[in-house]
Ligand binder design. Sequence first.
Ligand code: ZN
Length: 218
Amino acid sequence: MDQPYRLIFMGPQGSGKGTQAQCVSRTLHIPSFSMGQLLRDEVARQSPIGQQVAPLLNAGELVPASLAVEVLRSRLSASDAQNGFILDGFPRNQEQYDAFQFMVPTHVVVLELSDAAATERLSRRLTCNQCGQIYSMDDRQEGDACSCGGRLIHRKDDRAEAISRRLEIYHQKTKPIIESYDKQGLVHRVSAQGSVQEVHDRIIAALGLRPGSSACPI
Ligand SMILES: [Zn+2]
């Protein structure tokens, strides 16, 4: 492919898109970022945008699309993003989509998972309170240590009631955005069922690359 990959990963909470974004980032040697992480970085750096955003994040409020897109524009202009990038979970609603029209992705990868399966996964999900790494209660438990030294917690919004609210928002607000990208012929739907490696291979194939040549490096 001649032009750099400009990838957007979408999917419901629990579809594993964060993990897949990291995997594909290492396979293709392009950076991956999520809006949440970019905003937290701005706050940590105490940049002018960070100072505007901090009170909103602390209050659990939505950051206006105009601010979010400003943060994104600055990240996309960094030298490491010139050969491609993965944007994890943005845009999520019409306002963000409209503000983001300056960038046309090459592929929108949509990880598909039923609500029941998403709920099942999220209810067993543990998150490191320091680095954000995701684990499962299949092989870890709350309070265990992460390799970074952090501690594994069961996030409040990974509990049943919050999960159904988040999935509802995904259906109402994000699915219409996916339809808009679909009309432009950019959407590649990939089943999020199965192992991390299986899903990774499906994404690599959806991008027109040969699977199997790339073990998920995580
Ligand atoms: Zn950690």
